[in-house]
Design a protein around this ligand. Structure first.
Ligand SMILES: Nc1ncnc2c1ncn2[C@@H]1O[C@H](COP(=O)(O)OP(=O)(O)OP(=O)(O)O)[C@@H](O)[C@H]1O
Length: 257
């Protein structure tokens, strides 16, 4: 049995007096696509940030590919930054740099590769996310919302991570753009064997791309189950989420009865 990609145990998070997570437990297997859902402010993005050490929990354990990350020094954390690529909400690209320059940054910072090799790798990553070669010379302000997300994914993939985190990948996109981004997520898993963890509110994404969904509620992970099993759970927030009008319409679109 391969090591889990991510194993979170007894994780607690607090900002000042505000308790966000209390004994959160969750395991994600390699090559799984798992979404994290929950109401606003339940700490979905915080979990992603904690896994890559941008935020510190007050207690608990986070193992990435079998290795505890919470005690890693800055130098040891280099390993983690290679294994984990992150697409932040809204892309977080540097607006004064072109797409190609943005994608090149991790390669310049973390490798000794020549300029020519970096340029070749950048072109490959740009193609991998379905952007045309001409996108490389454009600035973020010249791109559509969907292209910005793809460029941010290309940058997240620069160092060939095994795990990709996507924070609200389809937010702000029109339905066609969102659907094609969902396709890209599935293709990346198939092509690269990635483990993908997505924070999303997008019901279509949940139906189309996830293997399992982790539900954050009451400061804990309520369940990590395939969507069909979540529909059966008797919990107020889940019922509202999946059995409200939007939830029912989306379910019907994906699984008409
Ligand atoms: N560094 C921080 N310092 C203080 N409070 C923080 C910090 N980071 C997050 N928070 C707070 O913790 C809570 C959880 O934030 P987080 O962004 O993880 O929620 P979320 O579930 O992703 O929410 P949303 O769906 O609205 O994006 C929020 O109340 C947020 O304001």
């Amino acid at each position: 049995m391969p090591l889990p990609a991510i194993e979170i145990t007894h994780l607690s998070t607090q900002f000042g007096k505000m308790v966000i997570h209390e004994d959160v437990n969750m395991t994600i297997q390699q090559q799984e696509i798992v979404a994290i859902i929950g109401g606003s402010g339940t700490g979905k993005s915080t979990i992603l940030r904690e896994i890559i050490l941008l935020e510190r929990p007050i207690s608990g354990s986070i193992k990435v590919l079998g290795r505890e990350v919470l005690g890693l020094s800055d130098r040891q954390a280099q390993w983690l930054r290679r294994e984990c690529g992150m697409m932040f909400q809204n892309g977080a690209l540097f607006s004064s740099l072109t797409v190609a320059e943005n994608v090149a940054i991790p390669l310049q910072e973390h490798t000794q590769l020549s300029k020519t090799t970096i340029a070749e790798l950048v072109a490959y990553k740009i193609a991998l996310v379905g952007l045309p070669p001409t996108a490389g010379n454009k600035y973020p302000s010249q791109l559509s919302g969907g292209m910005i997300k793809r460029a941010a994914v290309a940058r997240a993939l620069a160092l060939d991570p095994k795990i990709l985190f996507l924070d609200e990948p389809t937010a702000g996109l029109d339905p066609v753009g969102a659907d094609s981004l969902d396709d890209m997520i599935l293709q990346l898993r198939e092509l690269l064997g990635l483990t993908i963890v997505i924070v999303t509110h997008d019901l279509d994404t949940l139906w189309k791309v996830t293997d399992r969904i982790a539900v954050l509620a009451d400061k804990k992970v309520l369940a990590v189950e395939p969507i069909r099993d979540l529909l059966k759970i008797d919990h107020a927030w889940l019922k509202e989420y999946f059995h409200g009008v939007r939830g029912r319409v989306t379910a019907y679109a994906h699984e008409p009865v």
